[in-house]
Write a protein that binds this ligand. Structure first.
Ligand code: C5P
Length: 312
């Protein structure tokens, strides 16, 4: 049986709008999700055992069932017991490059890669749609991570409609390595503070409460300046006041130039869309000089249209 290495990209949000609360307790969202080139690498090696073993060089990544990649393997074993019995488990080695608990869907992307990898190793021949359905059971961002590219995501975030890809735009990601934000906390706090502004989900209020139409147009026209002007993330309203360091970092990035800066997902990663690699390097250097904190990390990457891909 073959060993597979897969590339699992990070994502940023170009838009995140919370438009209501759902019966399942999750929030009804409208998001524009975008993959970037920064990625983890996962190697899935058949181990001939009746179980899965997970390894990761990053000290903060759990290697038990609290890791979504592990849960993805368990889900596949439960759904396809015959194939699991025939082919056995796998050793999963995660080479981590995406910052952890950062609002970049690193964990979800790892889970997505395990679904895709086991589909190959166990010869299941699942369709993308079947893989997405399995992914939705693991986390709201997993279906998108399987697809990648530029996508409008609704529902919990699992219903996807692809948009025109916008690729090769340089992006700076910045994050304090000693800060992490719980996604559950961010949504819960938003609900406590702003829940009374939710619109009626079933009536015409739903469509009226969505603001990303102009951004969708700008993406269609590949108008990078306009895309920058229209970036939006409702969760900034709860995360930035609670994490002044992140607010300060965002403000420095905005002042340093580039097309636009915003927090991704529930943060605390912030990003800047740039006009060129050269501009990105200048901004990075400027902000690095202004905020001299050893915990502040930067990544220079670019928008990409790749979801989970097989490296070899
Ligand atoms: O789906 P996922 O496990 O990634 O979500 C993490 C947490 O974020 C959920 O437990 C929930 O608290 C919150 N969330 C939400 N509404 C969504 C997606 C996530 O409230 N649509």
């Amino acid at each position: 049986m073959q060993t597979y290495t897969l590339s699992a990209p990070a994502k940023i949000n170009l838009d995140l709008e919370i438009i209501g609360i759902r019966e399942d307790g999750y929030h009804e969202l409208v998001m524009i999700l975008q993959t970037v080139s920064l990625h983890d690498r996962l190697t899935l090696r058949p181990n001939g055992l009746e179980g899965f073993r997970l390894k990761c060089q990053h000290p903060e990544v759990p290697t038990d069932s609290s890791n979504i990649a592990y849960r993805a393997a368990e889900l596949m074993a439960k759904e396809f017991p015959q194939h699991f019995a025939n082919f056995g488990g796998v050793d999963i080695d995660i080479e981590k490059h995406i910052p952890v608990a950062a609002g970049l869907a690193g964990g979800s992307s790892n889970g997505a890669a395990v679904l895709v990898g086991l589909d190959l190793i166990w010869n299941l021949g699942l369709t993308k749609s079947q893989l997405r359905d399995l992914g939705a059971r693991l986390g709201s961002d997993v279906p998108f991570c399987i697809e990648g590219g530029t996508v409008i995501a609704t529902g919990r975030g699992e219903k996807l409609d692809p948009l025109t890809s916008i690729v090769s735009i340089p992006v700076i990601l910045a994050k304090y390595d000693n800060l992490s934000v719980s996604t559950a906390w961010a949504y819960q706090t938003y609900r406590q503070k702003f829940g009374d502004t939710y619109k009626n989900l079933t009536g015409p209020g739903k469509a009226h409460s969505v603001h990303c139409g102009p951004l969708v147009n700008a993406i269609f026209e590949k108008d990078v300046v306009r895309i920058g002007q229209l970036l939006h993330n409702d969760l900034e309203r709860v995360v930035l006041p609670e994490y002044p360091q992140v607010a300060e970092l965002l403000s420095r990035l905005k002042d340093a130039g580039g097309n636009a800066s915003m927090m991704s997902g529930s943060g605390p990663t912030v990003f800047t869309l740039c006009e060129s690699q050269e501009q990105a390097r200048d901004i990075l250097e400027k902000v690095q000089n202004e905020i001299q904190d050893p915990h502040l990390q930067f990544w220079l990457t670019e928008l990409s249209n790749q979801g989970i891909t097989i490296v070899n």
